[in-house]
Design a protein around this ligand. Structure first.
Ligand SMILES: NC(=O)c1ccc[n+]([C@@H]2O[C@H](COP(=O)([O-])OP(=O)(O)OC[C@H]3O[C@@H](n4cnc5c(N)ncnc54)[C@H](OP(=O)(O)O)[C@@H]3O)[C@@H](O)[C@H]2O)c1
Length: 234
């Protein structure tokens, strides 16, 4: 059974994905900063059928530097990395701070790049692997107020495209997933902020689409997937 490493597994799309994969009996490795949430989720996943659910908590850039990956990914199955962790900080660019810009880029772009750098050698050594990057429609569609978020997602989109072409003949597949607005804690507790929640995608809908990609055999590559709410860009 495939070994699926999910970043940002403590809430929203990542949590939903872990639960769905657990039902299918996958081996799971869950990461995010909130250790207690990951541990509760891991117990639930194992109860639901996951072959195992291991936890490695920490900030994404620290986690990427962990020397433990070959221990965590020691199973027989193909390694799947889901680069899902991310934040969305919207607002006026001219008055934004360089520090906040850098922090958002660190979480959304440098973190996933560092994770891919950490896991790719293990995939190459085993002769196959799948990287799923959870981007956003903002990687292509222009939403004023999202300059840094869009830059991070568009950067990761092209990073994924290059990695796919560089390593595809060595068995590496890369899928860039671009969801539209999805009702998750990313939008914060104030329901007045952002588009109407009831018009958004459910996190389960996005997770189901990712489960579909992970379940495919290695004789095909889904390079890109755009998932939008019925009403389109909100
Ligand atoms: N919701 C949407 O409308 C939407 C639309 C398109 C794309 N996306 C993308 O979907 C992905 C998942 O977001 P979501 O909507 O499910 O939001 P969410 O519920 O807020 O989940 C974000 C996850 O990222 C983790 N995370 C944040 N900063 C981190 C850091 N520095 N180090 C490690 N983990 C970190 C969080 O865990 P901890 O806080 O425990 O670290 C959490 O598990 C993101 O990449 C987002 O850009 C979301």
């Amino acid at each position: 059974m495939k070994q699926v490493l999910i970043t940002g597994a403590s809430s929203g799309i990542g949590e939903e994905l872990a639960l769905l994969l657990a039902e299918h009996g996958y081996e799971l490795i869950l990461t995010a900063r909130r250790d207690h949430l990951l541990r509760e989720l891991a117990v639930k996943c194992e109860e639901m059928g996951a072959l195992r659910a291991d936890v490695l908590a920490g900030d994404i850039e620290d986690v990427a530097r962990s020397p433990k990956w070959s221990d965590f990914l020691k199973g027989e199955g193909e390694i799947v990395l889901v680069n899902n962790a991310g934040v969305a900080e919207f607002g006026d660019f001219a008055t934004s701070s360089i520090k906040d810009n850098d922090l958002q880029l660190a979480k959304n772009l440098f973190g996933p790049i560092a994770m891919t750098r950490a896991i790719l050698p293990l995939m190459l050594a085993s002769g196959s692997g799948l990287v799923v990057n959870v981007l956003s429609v903002a990687a292509r569609t222009v939403f004023p107020g999202s300059a840094i978020y869009a830059a991070s997602k568009a950067g990761l989109l092209q990073f994924g495209n290059v990695v796919r072409e560089e390593y595809r003949k060595q068995g590496i597949r890369v899928t860039n997933v671009m969801p539209g607005a999805t009702d998750t804690p990313l939008w914060g507790a104030d329901a007045e902020v952002g588009p109407p929640r009831d018009k958004m995608l459910r996190s389960k809908a996005v997770a189901e689409a990712i489960v579909g990609v992970i379940g495919l055999s290695s004789d095909r590559v889904v390079e890109e997937m755009v998932i939008t709410p019925p009403d389109g860009a909100l």
